[in-house]
Write a protein that binds this ligand. Structure first.
Ligand code: C2E
Ligand code: CA
Ligand code: CA
Length: 740
């Protein structure tokens, strides 16, 4: 059973059951105790009552006798031996009226003159009776002789003797009374009175009669003390104080009855309590469960990326720290740094919603390829992967699979998007410093990118050396920009396709490194963008271009601006002030921007372009055809020119590429845009471009980029007609390839 199920079970059932049981149990115990106490008291009362009743019974029998024995007629008729009268008044009458079981009339010699026994199917023998009444009769006679009147009064008219006694085996109350005159009119000699004996059996109907009268249940006589604990009893003692027998009965237990009556209510209370507390427990559990879930959700949110559901940077770092510190000696860990290639272009071209979807799909692909690994999204299009054990040993294969997996097209709505990925891999055996491992993966990634993207690289120690060189280069570039000393501007002439006339110059930045020589802008411009130095370089080139424009009044100049520069607020102002400072007309400047930069025409970039174009500055889309949806994009952005990328010109000998160039030119024409073809290297290309109506041409065939002074000299010469455009001198070696 899971922990969660256990706690649900506990809260919903176990605790409510225990609590209800405890409460009801306590209540039941208290009630039982109270019931037992009240039953005890009740039994005591009943005992007293039975004792009293027996005493009353004894007195009652004697009293019954007096109604007929203290009577002149009785003395006379007894003396006369009138059995009929005796039977009617002292015998059967006493039975029918008072319920006495046996009656005897004894002569003064204590001999029975008359005997009556109720018909109970058993008649006591004379001997049995004699044994019972004789001691009493003798005592009474003695008292009569002695003139003892003890105990007589208004209510007790004659003395008598009563005791509990066995008649044979039957327990009974035996009472003996003298038959005496009530008026004193009949002469009697003391001690010679006839006696009347009344017997009331205790094991006959008497207990039932008493039981009915006093509401004792199952009252009966018992010779021995009852062994049944449920029965109440009271000992019956004879005159001599000895226990004669017992009256036993089923005691009335009010407490017990109350308890019995309350038990169903208690049971109901238990059920209600249990149901209530179980419901409450359920509610608490659900609440707790929701709390736990929302806490889990919160902690998941805190540690995961909302867009992809992958781990975020901090969670990845925590996990990495934990796993690397806990790593055993022969365990291998691998960290992959993944950077999506061309993601920014997709984002810029199709917009952020498509970019977000692409990220989601790319993440899902990675997850499919690496179901066991910890994958995190640590930036816009940057991911990290932590591989462990067997996966880490297979890191190279997995990295290759990722590169291939991410190269396959993504279908997003109607768009067919192709990106790619560069991956840096770093491996470590046993415990290792997490920061060191990620640093290595980062360096490897850098190499993968430098190797032309869509590739992976595994960290090797040589990379550290290259990194060191890169760091040195960064430092050099920073100081070059700060001192403005090594950044130069070259100018590549652009010619009219139709007549070969020089029509403009494109300003191209050059870095003249003191040791490495000229470094290609393809290398240091991205570095400057990364380092945030592009604005400064752009300013240097713009300044130089304006200076050149001021010296060459006949010609226009184009400068390149990266998207980062254009997007930065204040770019338009900077351009216009620079132009104004050099006293130049804005229409002599053209700004070249790459296609991806033309996307965000509603934002800051759109405002910059429209401000500058309003002022007269012209705009060109550089490297046209290499970005996404070039054709549709050009419909939206306000530009003046397209520059067909060199890659299309290179392939123009192929008919399909040529057709593409024709389509680009037709489209531009239809939009009223000027067209420049870049990278024209052969006469065939030049002729083809001229024949399909390209406006301007730029390329090594016509001129390489020239240092400023050479360019000025060249332009001046060209305008004087002294220089053939075709033979523009090549004054510098090609760019030095950078190793990193
Ligand atoms: P881009 O704007 O496309 O510039 C044209 C590039 O093509 C230049 O390379 C030029 O030397 C080269 N090129 C021209 N004709 C030919 C040819 O016939 N054959 C061959 N193989 N190449 C030819 P460069 O000067 O190395 O510049 C490279 C890129 O660096 C430029 O491409 C541009 O995007 C960027 N760049 C240069 N200067 C600046 C700058 O000041 N600011 C910015 N943001 N980017 C710059
Ligand atoms: Ca350009
Ligand atoms: Ca270009």
């Amino acid at each position: 059973m899971t922990k969660q199920l256990q706690s649900q079970w506990l809260l919903r059932w176990v605790l409510p059951a225990c609590a209800s049981l405890a409460l009801c149990g306590l209540l039941f115990l208290s009630l039982s105790w109270a019931a037992a106490r009240s039953d005890e008291v009740a039994v005591l009362r009943q005992r007293d009552l039975v004792t009293l009743t027996v005493a009353k019974l004894k007195a009652g029998i004697a009293h019954d006798q007096e109604s007929a024995t203290v009577w002149d007629d009785a003395v006379r008729n007894a003396r006369a031996g009138n059995i009929e009268w005796i039977d009617a008044n002292l015998g059967s009458w006493m039975h029918s009226y008072f319920g006495h079981d046996t009656a005897l009339v004894l002569t003064s010699d204590l001999v029975p003159l008359y005997q009556f026994s109720a018909d109970e199917g058993y008649a006591p023998t004379s001997g049995d009776l004699r044994g019972a009444y004789l001691p009493l009769a003798e005592t009474l006679q003695r008292r009569l002789v002695a003139g003892d009147t003890d105990g007589t009064g208004e209510k007790i008219l004659s003395i008598g003797e009563t005791d509990l006694s066995y008649v044979g085996f039957r327990p009974a109350i035996v009472s003996v009374k003298p038959i005496v005159s009530d008026t004193g009119d009949v002469e009697q000699t003391t001690g010679s009175e006839m006696l009347h004996v009344a017997v009331r059996f205790l094991d006959g109907d008497l207990p039932t009669v008493i039981g009915k009268e006093y509401e004792f249940s199952e009252l009966q006589f018992a010779a021995a003390r009852p062994g049944d604990g449920k029965l109440a009893f009271v000992p019956l003692k004879g005159r001599d104080g000895a226990i004669f027998g017992y009256f036993q009965w089923k005691p009335f237990r009010p407490g017990h009855h109350v308890l019995e009556a309350t038990t169903p209510a208690l049971l109901l209370a238990f059920i209600a309590l249990f149901a209530g507390s179980s419901l409450a427990g359920g509610a608490i559990w659900r609440r707790t469960d929701r709390l736990i879930a929302s806490r889990a959700e919160l902690s998941h949110q805190a540690s995961h990326d909302a867009l992809t559901g992958l781990a975020n940077r901090s969670h990845f770092n925590e996990e990495l720290d934990r796993r690397l510190i806990d790593a055993v000696d022969d365990e291998t860990h691998g960290v992959l740094f993944i950077d999506l290639d061309r993601f920014k272009a997709v984002n810029d071209t199709f917009g952020h919603p498509v970019g977000d979807k692409l990220i989601g799909l790319a993440a899902a692909r990675m997850r499919d390829l690496l179901p066991e690994a910890l994958i995190a999204r640590i930036g816009g299009d940057e991911f990290t992967v932590l591989l462990q054990s067997d996966d880490a040993l297979d890191a190279e294969k997995l990295a290759d699979a990722l590169v291939h997996g991410l190269k396959a097209p993504f279908e997003i709505g109607t768009a067919h998007v192709v990106i790619g990925a560069s991956i840096g891999v770093a491996l470590a055996r046993g415990p290792c410093e997490p920061a060191e491992l990620t640093r290595k993966a980062d360096i490897a990634l850098y190499h993968a990118k430098a190797a032309g993207r869509n590739a992976y690289a595994i960290f090797g120690d040589h990379m550290d050396e290259l990194l060191r060189k890169r760091r040195a280069l960064e430092n050099d570039l920073r100081s070059a920009v700060e001192t403005c000393s090594e950044i130069e501007t070259f100018y590549q002439p652009v010619f009219s396709a139709s007549d070969g006339r020089l029509c403009s110059l494109e300003a191209l930045a050059r870095w003249k490194h003191p040791i490495l020589g000229y470094i290609s802008p393809d290398q240091f411009i991205p570095l400057a963008e990364e380092m945030g130095l592009i604005r400064e370089i752009g300013s240097l080139v713009l300044e130089d271009a304006c200076r050149t424009l001021s010296e060459l009044p006949e010609i226009n100049v184009a400068v390149n601006a990266s998207a980062r520069e254009l997007e930065a607020p204040g770019y338009a102002l900077r351009v216009l002030t620079t132009l104004a400072r050099w006293n130049l007309s804005p229409d002599r400047l053209e700004i070249e921007m790459t296609e991806s930069a033309t996307v965000d025409d509603d934002g800051e970039l759109g405002r910059t372009i429209s401000t500058l174009r309003t002022a007269g500055v012209r705009f060109a889309i550089d490297d046209f055809g290499t970005g996404y949806s070039s054709f549709s994009r050009v419909q939206k952005v306000e530009v003046d020119r397209i520059k067909i990328d060199k890659s299309f010109i290179d392939e123009m000998h192929r008919s399909d590429s040529r057709a593409l160039v024709v389509a680009m030119i037709d489209m531009a024409r239809a939009k009223g845009l000027k067209i420049t073809a870049e990278g024209v290297e052969t006469d065939e290309q030049r002729e083809a471009l001229e024949s399909i109506g390209c406006d301007d041409l730029q390329g090594f065939l016509l001129s390489r980029p020239l240092p400023r002074e050479a360019a000025i000299a060249y332009v001046s010469g060209a305008s004087l007609g002294s220089v053939e455009p075709k033979f523009a001198p090549d004054l510098r070696p090609g760019p030095i390839p950078l190793q990193v």
